[in-house]
Design a protein around this ligand. Sequence first.
Ligand code: HEM
Ligand code: HEM
Length: 228
Amino acid sequence: MKNKRFTVKILIDIGMTICLLLLMPYSLLSETAHEWIGMVMLLLFILHHILNHKWLTSISKGKYNAFRITQTVLVIMMFILMMGSMISGILLSNHIFKWIEISGSYMTARQIHMFCAYWGLVVMSLHLGLHWNIVVVMAGRLWKNSSIIRKWMVRTVAAVIAGYGLYAFYRRQIGDYLLMKVHFVFYDYEEGVFPFLIDYLAVMILIAFIGYYGGLLLKKTSKRKPKS
Ligand code: HEM
Ligand code: HEM
């Protein structure tokens, strides 16, 4: 039963990651598909919270160390950004919720949608990185013995992808979107959707990489006992 629950949890996590990635190319994929994927993301987000309800109900219990504070702040930020993306998305909808008219505040809703989408990408990737140890432990179980060579090979591949993510972050002007220096996402319809998805996946891996190592550092400092 416990194993089944864990499998469902992981499948929902993978589903959310795929949805987030597919939401970023908007019209490059298809406008209607974007809205439906947004709705699937909302459903998975609700299920993710039902399955993690124990954590939510114990939020006021126990002590807070640096790791727990970071984890909680990220969850609060994600909650606000997800609500922002969903509400503004529904108001802007041209297909599923076409009947909702907001002509006067269209530009404000657009800017909120873009701000929440890009910051959501950053914060959700950091959050994923904080939980990456689950994947590391699961992958470790695939082999009987641990191997230094394998460990370093995986680390090298991850570092190369993260390095490419840094280049993609710069090439795709993601910093400008985050700082709202540019108010429209640039989509190159000639290149197609795959190069866009590969670049955004590399950016997500880069940020998750930062989250994973940042999390390890926070856990280490949280464990260190204060000098008496
Ligand atoms: C791409 C999207 C996301 C991914 C991949 C993801 C991944 C994870 C993972 C791996 C866990 C550990 C337990 C589990 O496997 O379910 C977790 C826990 C949790 N997630 Fe998410 N999550 C995402 C989005 C969100 C969002 C938007 C929120 C909104 C507030 C959220 C809130 C939480 C909470 C409260 C927990 C339990 C506390 C914790 O361990 O941090 N997650 N998430
Ligand atoms: C986490 C959820 C979501 C993310 C990350 C997301 C992401 C994005 C991104 C990156 C854009 C392109 C912005 C631009 O071109 O300026 C966009 C546009 C749009 N999204 Fe979403 N979206 C989400 C949910 C939704 C939902 C649920 C709906 C509606 C049901 C929706 C409807 C729209 C519409 C109508 C536009 C076009 C806005 C315009 O430029 O006129 N989105 N979204």
